[in-house]
Design a protein around this ligand. Sequence first.
Ligand code: FES
Length: 96
Amino acid sequence: MAARITRQVRRKQPISVNIDGEASRAYAGETVASVLLAAGVTVFYRTRSGQPRGPYCNMGACFECQVKIDGDWQRACMTVVEDGMNITTGARKSAP
Ligand code: FES
């Protein structure tokens, strides 16, 4: 699991998101990719053949970080979290 930097960091208010149906803490202003990595998620989606994919460029160019957010495919590295967001990843084999 990736850890958040804790020393000398001021975060905005804590919020809650749902990652594959489980509540997880996030902080306003973080990207979805940051929140997923901090929660230990490394498989963001799977290809049609089932190959795992995760963030590569972290700047919106590669599309390897796609997740479903409230039912729509979005690039996790380019999307800022919002309270109550429902994020579906490819962490489970049966997920998108
Ligand atoms: S990591 Fe490349 S588009 Fe998000």
